[in-house]
Design a protein around this ligand. Structure first.
Ligand code: G4P
Ligand code: NA
Ligand code: NA
Length: 194
């Protein structure tokens, strides 16, 4: 998505070897116009999948997910990162390990908001090692809901997330695919390489 790639080149800051800071439009300040374009792009791509609900994870997945939900006309559920273990009977719950943060967290979705008739679109801001996405998939499976696709705003293609999801035959649609960071510069996957 050209508009997103241009914005990453303009406002993204490469930190260390493998982290892209995009807090000017996605992770702290949010650009609603850009989020709307992003939501529309996901909605177009997944329009024929009969999506009934979008699932994302707090906090940074919520903005793009809401605009995709608006465009598709479906509700958006965000998994919560649980701080305390309470009322687990009413929740689907799973553990997610973050390589970036070197920490495990518990993510939960209320059983009220996932149904076995659901056709789910997963949305997230970043795809790195794929652990958040795999955790969301486990929550959907626990509900016997069907995951119809995965929409990602920014994919770091040099990390293993996409491969893990493709091995399980998920359709992963990423709006920006980063091949590498070279001397602090973002390099995208070339179109003919996709
Ligand atoms: P994974 O789910 O793909 O395995 O990723 P990982 O655990 O490594 O990522 C942990 C957190 O860091 C996630 O946010 C993820 O979106 C974010 N992240 C991963 N790589 C980058 C990056 O290059 N840039 C930025 N800005 N974020 C990255 P989170 O902890 O869920 O936080 P939140 O922002 O959604 O609240
Ligand atoms: Na994030
Ligand atoms: Na995220």
């Amino acid at each position: 998505m050209k508009e997103l790639e241009d914005r990453i080149l303009k406002d993204g800051v490469v930190l260390g070897g493998e982290v892209l800071k995009v807090d000017n439009f996605l992770n702290h300040q949010i650009d609603p116009k850009l989020m709307q374009s992003i939501g529309n792009e996901f909605a177009d791509y997944f329009s024929d999948k009969g999506i009934t609900r979008i699932v994302t994870i707090e906090s940074s997945g919520i903005a793009p997910a809401v605009f995709a939900g608006l465009a598709l006309g479906v509700p958006v559920v965000f998994a919560r990162k649980q701080k305390s273990l309470t009322l687990t009977d009413e929740l689907y719950s799973t553990e997610v390990y973050s390589f970036t943060k070197n920490a495990t967290s518990t993510i939960v979705i209320s059983k009220k908001f996932l149904d076995k008739t659901d056709r789910i679109l997963l949305i997230d801001d970043f795809l790195a090692n794929g652990q958040a996405a795999k955790g969301l998939i486990r929550l959907c499976k626990a509900a016997n809901a069907q995951v119809m696709g995965v929409g990602i705003v920014i994919e770091k293609s040099f990390q293993i997330g996409r491969q893990l999801l493709e091995e399980e035959n998920y359709d992963v649609y990423s709006l920006a695919r980063i091949r590498a960071f070279e001397e602090g510069q973002v390099k995208f996957v070339e179109k003919e390489m996709e």
